[in-house]
Design a protein around this ligand. Structure first.
Ligand code: SAM
Length: 265
């Protein structure tokens, strides 16, 4: 079990579930495989369960924590380390690009607050070229939505955007007993590695996002229905998309084509 004393009060609004299982903590940090040349951004360090292990690799670590009480404890514990810098900030509004030190690409790590995890992942996609990779602890259900293939139940916007940018690997599952307080759901660790050779055509990310949002706005309805406000749906056939299909039937490259068509029209 982790050595830091866990508080008796938890801030539910900050999605606080602290890792206490030292075996799991070691597995996560071993999967990241850090070295002293690395620059790590840790989102939501909490009481420092992962932070402690990350710092043992002598990498440079910038940690972003929103809870001021935890930030105080983190500073007391780690400010003696010259490699540690704490940012008391909201990770959803943090300027990741500004933190890129000496042109090094950053490695992002976090046992994420589950209530904001998908929003946060979408935010990180905005500056994906600044990151070498990202390792997250998430709800197992979210990991399934990140790794899903077309045709699977979990296939949707999250898989499309994640796989447009990254290779996504489900590393291992983590039971509720690894945390205090216990979450009600199973968790899992996932690795996202931005594609070095981009497998899809470049497209304006905001337009791609709006396109998938609209296409999936009513999941049971056809593209003809969901897209009629933004495009002459007869044009869908020109890019080999059946207007009577549902969004879930499309591959990522078809969403890219669709986004371009919407952009041009
Ligand atoms: N890393 C610690 C661990 O594994 O034990 C804590 C993980 S806990 C699931 C999530 C952490 O993220 C908490 O410390 C919480 O205060 C912090 N947090 C929640 N919302 C945040 C936000 N918007 N920006 C930065 N940190 C946030």
């Amino acid at each position: 079990m982790s050595t830091e004393k866990i508080p008796t009060k938890f801030r539910k609004r900050f999605g606080q579930h602290f890792l206490k299982d030292i075996g799991i903590i070691e597995n996560i940090v071993a999967s990241i495989n850090l070295g002293e040349i690395d620059h790590v951004i840790e989102i939501g360090p909490g009481l420092g369960a992962l932070t402690q292990k990350i710092l043992e690799s002598n990498c440079q670590l910038d940690a972003i924590e929103i809870d001021r009480d935890l930030a105080k404890r983190l500073n007391e514990r780690f400010s003696c380390s010259k490699n540690f810098k704490l940012h008391i900030a909201d990770a959803l509004h943090y300027d990741y690009k500004a933190n890129k030190a000496g042109g090094k690409t950053m490695r992002v790590v976090g046992n994420l607050p589950y209530n904001i995890s998908t929003q946060l992942i979408f935010k990180l996609f905005d500056t994906i070229d600044s990151f070498a990779d990202m390792h997250f602890m998430l709800q197992l259900e979210v990991v399934k939505r990140l790794t899903a293939a077309r045709g699977e139940k979990s296939w949707g916007r999250l898989a499309i955007h994640a796989q447009y940018h990254c290779e996504v690997e489900h590393l291992f599952n983590v039971p509720p007993s690894a945390f205090t307080p216990r979450p009600k759901v199973q968790s899992a660790v996932v690795r996202l590695t931005p594609h070095l050779q981009k497998p899809f055509e470049e497209v304006d990310l905001h337009i791609l996002r709006d396109t998938t949002r609209l296409a999936f706005s009513q999941r049971r309805k056809t593209l003809r229905n969901n897209l009629k406000s933004v495009i002459d749906v007869s044009k869908l056939r020109d890019i080999d998309i059946n207007p009577d299909a549902r969004a879930e039937a499309l591959e990522i490259n078809q969403f890219v084509k669709l986004a371009k068509l919407i952009h041009e029209s």
